[in-house]
Design a protein around this ligand. Sequence first.
Ligand code: ADP
Length: 146
Amino acid sequence: MPTVLFPGSFDPFTLGHADIVKRGLALFDSIVIGVGVNEGKQAVQSADERVQSIAALYKGEPRISVRKYSGLTVDFAQEVGVSAILRGVRNVKDFEYERDIAAVNKLLTGIETVLLFCAPEYAAISSSLVRELQSYGKDVSAWMPK
Ligand code: ADP
């Protein structure tokens, strides 16, 4: 199986994201984790900080690389040369969003989207929830990779 792009904001990278990466490795030879720079979104960690911390997490795993990108995910997917994009789905809201994006990406480039259903134990984890708890000084380590 070829390389897949796992794109996201990863602000921050949670155990839910790590689970998708782990399961993706069972399906694909290698994974490029694409850290998106969204000019319209105020990020807590800079994109470079996010790339660094995710790369440190997967330092010993040659099948995983981490790259920053801006612009359309599908353009970056073509630049990297992948034929598929990997995404996680937690709920109906995620599903409807991913379905529409996947259809547009397929239409634009022929690139397929592979969706993995979230593991039940990670269903409630989102980066936005983690950020909110952190802003109130709460311990979020239970949801973060070690
Ligand atoms: P984006 O801003 O592109 O949605 P995120 O960093 O929030 O980026 O999420 C990246 C991908 O990881 C998305 O496909 C999202 O649905 C998925 N994801 C986020 N949290 C979880 C989780 N707890 N379990 C499984 N997948 C998740």
